[in-house]
Design a protein. Structure first.
Length: 293
């Protein structure tokens, strides 16, 4: 006698259980996905002068416009984004700016660095800035332009991303970045080189691993870095390391401007200015504890 055994009831119970688990997993993952999208959205908007519309943002994030609208509305409501009623473009809101200022304030050296930056900018006629290595990029945390008598045309013609505090710059093609890379522990430098492409910015950008390693050894030996049209044509920069009380390099100071600036004809004096400024900031800095000292 043939028996047809059916397990429809138990199977239906298993299906219900699996559906319930799937729903709960989706609910658990949903906030994370929304958070990641919101953070990516803020990053995209911050990098777009003049702001972006919903369609442009959703296209870059590769998400439906309805999902993008939901995130935009909540970020705008909380003040992290601001929407221009005339253009429908979203820009970074004041709440985000406040967060950024809080992060910069807690770096521990800006108050001591600022008068030094004003001094060295006045001495040299070049723009002075401080940067840190963050996420494999250089984050510009403070910047002072030279006095008007030093030539405002040079400031006006310089690319915007080199002037704005909070901008990210490549490490391998900037004087700030090469300085900070030169003083990284060997394992951290190896990880950086494994994870980041040495993208060409100009004809002078160092794009080979061996070439960059040789350059970094030279920088560490002499105590300063030069980037001559390696990131942008027509811009030359000189940078020196800023140390914390343990002797670790935590930031760097740079001077940059047009190669036609008169101070470049006095390289020894210029090196003395930037290294003295780096020492002064190092002496007054109060870096946050990083657990490695």
């Amino acid at each position: 006698m043939k028996m047809n055994l059916k397990f429809s009831a138990p199977r239906n119970g298993l299906d219900s259980l699996f559906n319930l688990l799937d729903t709960k997993m989706q609910m658990a993952e949903s906030p994370t996905n929304s958070l990641e999208r919101a953070l990516m959205l803020l990053d995209i908007v911050e990098k777009a002068p003049g702001g972006l519309r919903n369609a442009e943002i959703s296209r870059q994030l590769q998400i439906p416009r309805s999902s993008c609208s939901w995130i935009l509305a909540r970020l705008e409501r909380q003040g992290y984004l601001a929407r221009d009623d005339n253009t429908s473009r979203y820009k970074i809101g004041l709440k985000t700016v406040a967060l950024a200022h809080g992060a910069l304030r807690d770096l521990g050296f800006r108050s001591g660095a600022e008068p030094v930056l004003y001094r060295v900018a006045s001495q040299t006629g070049l723009a002075a800035g401080v940067g840190v290595l963050e996420g494999g990029h250089i984050l510009l945390v403070d910047r002072v332009e030279p006095p008007e008598s030093a030539g405002q045309t040079l400031v006006r013609d310089r690319p915007r991303e080199q002037r704005d505090i909070g901008r990210e710059l490549p490490a391998h093609s900037t004087a700030l970045g090469k300085t900070l890379l030169a003083y990284l522990p060997k394992d951290e430098l190896t990880r950086y080189l494994d994870e980041h492409a040495l993208t060409r910015r100009t004809a002078k950008t160092i794009i080979s691993r061996d070439g960059l390693l040789l350059e970094l050894r030279r920088i560490r030996h002499r105590g300063y870095a030069i980037a001559d049209a390696e990131h942008d044509v027509g811009v030359r920069a000189l940078a020196a390391p800023i140390f914390d009380f343990t002797g670790s390099v935590r930031a760097a100071i740079s001077l940059n401007g047009s190669p036609a600036a008169p101070i470049w004809r006095e390289p020894k004096a210029l090196v003395a200015f930037v290294t003295a400024a780096a020492r002064d900031i190092s002496g007054s800095a109060r870096f946050p504890w990083n657990g490695n000292a």
